[in-house]
Structure formats: structure tokens, C-alpha cells
Design a protein around this ligand. Structure first.
Ligand SMILES: [Zn+2]
Length: 287
């Protein structure tokens, strides 16, 4: 190769360069505003890679998974001698139904290297949030989407702060779901009482502590109480955490919330099935 990848040491935005190690990785996953630069001392022309995004692995909203996208159309426009705008249209190779459009600005800096800035991408990079989770926390779905955006962008401290806020403002909704479930079952008075008391508690972490021994087994995730897991994530030690650790914990909060939303939905679904089966069998017996 005539060039080597390098980040621009004077540009703070290249801080996340390592995460988007390859050109196709940058196209698929980097958030808008990310800079990707490489040195190409030999060439003054069009940046070589501007024209060859091989199949890009990206999330397909139609296939609901990561699949190769083929370049369908690439349009480059020279604005000045050392300034170009590029528009990439990619199409999912598997379903041939979904597209990704990416805009990139390319500047040739000081006659030394190309600096490529992602100007935008639709749909934004990364898998979207599960519908069940958005439905459960519908009161703050925008906050949840901001959390996911920050997480996809690799902004650990930001993502953690957003997810933490989601848990704080949706605490009563989460506790309320447990109360609703327990009220529909006989012999769950202690659960209803514990979660009702916890909803009244103003101290957030204390309220999570109050429910740690009172969750019905059916609502546990792999045998664990999701509120105990979230309690651990709400640690005050966060002030000492690195950006990387915050990003990891942010992802764990999302995973636990998603698992809880799915557990609730599955429990309801299987109970509806059982109820209908009982009803059908009773009616059959009456004939
Ligand atoms: Zn697809």
C-alpha cells in the first residue's frame, strides 16, 4: 500500500481512531463528526480509498442483524483542489431492500495526508434499541435513544450518565410492573408491599436495596434480581471510572433493562397462553 493509516495528532476528534481501524469500519460504525485520516505522501489526487469501500459490514434494519452492504453508488465532488465531498450509497447484500447513505468530507492537509470527516449517516450506526424496551420505558424513550447514540459513539461517560438517568426517572415504572405482576398472583403480598414501599423511598439506591429479596423468580434474569444488578451499576465509585469502564457498564445497564423488558413480555405471553388453554378446555368440557 502506498499509504499508511495514521491519526492526526493535532485533532482531538481522532481520539477514537483506533475503534474504527479500517476504512470500511469507519464507514459502517463511526458516528458523525469522527475524523479518519491517513498519510499518503505519494499522491496529490483523489484519496485512493474514497472510491473503493468494499463490502461494508453494517446493521441491516430489515434483516435485523449485521450483514455485508455492497456499494451501490459513490458520488465524489471536487469542491476545491484539496477539498472533496463524497456520498456513498450502500445496499444490503442479503435482502437488497435496505440502504445506508453516508456523507464524507475529504481535505488534503498541508500536502501531507488526507483527513476524512464523516458528515452524516442514515440510518445512524449501530443496532437500534429493542422495541420491547422502548415500549416499556416509553415515557423517556428519547433519553434512552440518546443513551444508545452515546454508547454507539463510544462516549462512555456520556452513555453511562444517560442510562443512569433513564433508570432513575423510570424507577417507578419498573417497580410498578413488578407490583402489577404480583397483584395478579395469590400469595405475593410481601412483593407488593416491598415494591410499594420502595416506590415511596426518595433515596434511590436505598429503594433498590429494599427490593433485593422480594422479586418473584419468574421475573429474574438468569436467576438474578435485575434491580440488584442495576444497584451495582449505580455505584458512587463512578467518579473514578475510566471512559472505557463507563462504556462497559453502560452496555450492561442496557442489557439488563432489555432482558427485564423481554422477561416481562414473555411471562405475560405464556400466562395468556395458559389462561386461554384453561378457558378452551373448560368450554370443551361444558359441551
Ligand atoms: Zn438486509
Amino acid at each position: 500500500m502506498a499509504y499508511e493509516y495514521d491519526s492526526d495528532p493535532n485533532d482531538e476528534r481522532t481520539i477514537s481512531h483506533q475503534r474504527w481501524g479500517s476504512w470500511s469500519g469507519f464507514l459502517a460504525d463511526a458516528p458523525a463528526g469522527t475524523v479518519y485520516s491517513y498519510r499518503d505522501a505519494m499522491s496529490q489526487g483523489i484519496p485512493a480509498e474514497f472510491s473503493i469501500p468494499n463490502a461494508v459490514e453494517a446493521y441491516c434494519e430489515h434483516c435485523k442483524g449485521v450483514h455485508p452492504f455492497n456499494p451501490k453508488d459513490i458520488h465524489g465532488e471536487t469542491l476545491e483542489r484539496e477539498l472533496m465531498a463524497g456520498l456513498f450509497t450502500l445496499k444490503c447484500r442479503r435482502c437488497c431492500k435496505s440502504y445506508i447513505v453516508i456523507a464524507v468530507m475529504a481535505e488534503y492537509v498541508q500536502g501531507i495526508y488526507w483527513r476524512l470527516t464523516k458528515a452524516g449517516q442514515t440510518p445512524p450506526p449501530g443496532p437500534p434499541l429493542p422495541a420491547r424496551l422502548l415500549r416499556l420505558l416509553t415515557g423517556h424513550s428519547e433519553l434512552l435513544k440518546q443513551a444508545r447514540r452515546a454508547e454507539n459513539a463510544g462516549l462512555g461517560i456520556g452513555a453511562y450518565a444517560y442510562y443512569r438517568r433513564v433508570v432513575e426517572v423510570e424507577r417507578d415504572v419498573l417497580f410498578g410492573e413488578v407490583i402489577k405482576y404480583a397483584e395478579s398472583k395469590p400469595g405475593q403480598d410481601d412483593v407488593v408491599q416491598a415494591f410499594t414501599d420502595a416506590k415511596q423511598e426518595r433515596q434511590f439506591t436505598k429503594s433498590f436495596d429494599m427490593v433485593k429479596d422480594h422479586l418473584p423468580d419468574q421475573l429474574k434474569i438468569n436467576g438474578e434480581n435485575p434491580f440488584t444488578l442495576l444497584h451495582a451499576a449505580m455505584s458512587d465509585a463512578v467518579h473514578n471510572w475510566t471512559d472505557e469502564k463507563c462504556l462497559k457498564v453502560a452496555g450492561s445497564i442496557r442489557t439488563v433493562l432489555t432482558a427485564f423488558a423481554e422477561t416481562l413480555a414473555n411471562v405475560r405471553k405464556s400466562e395468556d397462553l395458559i389462561k386461554n388453554a384453561i378457558k378452551d378446555l373448560r368450554e370443551a368440557g361444558d359441551d
